[in-house]
Structure formats: structure tokens, C-alpha cells
Design a protein around this ligand. Structure first.
Ligand SMILES: [Zn+2]
Length: 234
């Protein structure tokens, strides 16, 4: 791993891969810390006052195994094409070429995702959205019911930066990409948004309510953080 200097941004090189590393000096920071920003597609290094260059280099060296792991998650490409496997809502499907099809379709008997020749990405997205429509609204309505709340409307979107949102008008929108996540992770996001019908914040009361409906939510949150960027790239 090389550590190349420039003004405020450097580059981590791990083998063949490179990832931008942004320097964020923070006068209130107590220690050096490194995080992965999926939004910025970079590593962000928080630097406390008076951290020396050698301390920074030593810290980055120490972070190497973690960076490598993050990079492998970030660059893992879900390739939805014949011969590959895809996991949809917890079920593994083999992708196969089906010259008789014009649009992607599932075959539950052979557990295959049938792909037409030259499958268009928008057709694939439309297909995933339809699949998501079969499960996500149900999870959301069930959670809302358990909370004694009503949902005005549920929409499925393709937001690149979030998995779901809830408005003051009690409309919930969810990313159809959740169909590419394990069912329990998709369920967690639906619960999360449903709890926003009561708490429009992330206060301790909010998280307590989430935990009541989804006791393992911390694991699911972590899953999204690690694997989410790859799902966003499909
Ligand atoms: Zn939230």
C-alpha cells in the first residue's frame, strides 16, 4: 500500500485497486479515524490537531487490513448475466440465457432467472422493482399496523443515496434494490421507515421502537453499510 501525498487528498493503493482518501482536519477530533463514505466513494481520514505526518502514516498502515476488506466489498460487482448466480430476497437463482424471452423472468421450478439476449438494464431494474413490490409494502404495512399507524402511500424508488424515507404526510418510499438484500435486512428498512411515522428523528426512543419490532437491527444496519454500495451499483 502506497501513500501518495497531494494537497488535501491522497490515494490508497492496495494491489491493483485505488481508492481516494480525503483528509478532513477536525479541531475537535481526539484521535485519527478512518471511515468509508459510500456517497463519496472514498475513504475519509479525520485528523485531530497536532497529528504528525508519521503518526498518520503509522495509523494508515495499521488500517490496511480493514481498508482491503472494504475495498473488496466496494468492488465486488454483482454481475447479472448468464452463468452467474444472483440472490433475490434470500433465494439463489442461476442466471440463464433464454432466447425466447424479451424481458427477464423468474422460473421457480428450475430456480433460474431467465434473461433475454441483450438484456437491458432498465428492464432488469423494472423486474426487480416488481419483485420488491411483492414484499416490501407488506413488511411496511405490517410494521405500521403493529405501531397503530396508518400509511398514506408506499412508493418504490431508485434513490442512490438512501434505502428508504418517510415524509410528514405519512408516505414511505423504499428502494427496490432491497430485494437484492437478505429478507431480514429488507424487513429492517421497512420497520425503520414505519417507526418514522411516530418518531421523525433518530432519537433513543426511535431506536427502542425499531428494536422492539426488529431485535437484530444492528446486524442488518451493518450489513447495509458493508454491502450496500455494491447493491447500489447493479
Ligand atoms: Zn431514519
Amino acid at each position: 500500500m502506497n501513500y501518495k501525498n497531494s494537497m488535501t487528498s491522497t490515494v490508497f493503493t492496495c494491489g491493483e485497486q485505488e481508492i481516494p482518501l480525503k483528509h478532513k482536519p477536525n479541531p475537535r477530533a481526539k484521535r485519527l479515524s478512518l471511515r468509508l463514505s459510500s456517497k463519496e466513494q472514498s475513504l475519509v481520514l479525520t485528523i485531530p490537531p497536532r497529528a504528525s505526518g508519521s503518526q498518520i502514516s503509522a495509523f494508515l498502515k495499521q488500517c490496511k487490513p480493514w481498508v482491503e476488506k472494504q475495498l473488496s466489498n466496494l468492488t465486488k460487482i454483482f454481475s447479472i448475466q448468464p452463468g452467474e448466480e444472483v440472490v433475490l430476497h434470500g433465494t439463489v437463482y442461476q442466471c440463464v440465457l433464454d432466447p425466447l424471452r424479451r424481458k427477464p423472468a423468474l422460473c421457480q421450478v428450475t430456480n433460474t432467472l431467465r434473461l433475454p439476449p441483450q438484456c437491458l438494464q432498465e428492464d432488469l431494474h423494472e423486474f426487480f422493482k416488481k419483485m420488491a413490490g411483492k414484499v416490501l409494502p407488506g413488511y411496511t404495512l405490517k410494521a405500521a399496523e403493529m405501531l397503530g399507524q396508518q400509511v398514506e402511500k408506499i412508493t418504490l424508488r431508485d434513490s442512490k443515496s438512501r434505502w428508504g424515507s418517510c415524509s410528514g404526510r405519512k408516505t414511505i418510499s423504499l428502494s427496490w434494490r432491497l430485494v437484492l438484500a437478505p429478507p431480514e435486512v429488507a424487513h429492517y428498512v421497512c420497520v425503520h421507515e414505519a417507526v418514522h411515522l411516530i418518531h421523525m428523528n433518530h432519537s433513543p426512543a426511535f431506536w427502542q421502537a425499531v428494536e422492539r419490532l426488529c431485535p437484530r437491527y444492528r446486524t442488518h444496519k451493518k450489513w447495509l453499510k458493508v454491502h450496500g454500495p455494491a447493491l447500489m451499483r447493479i
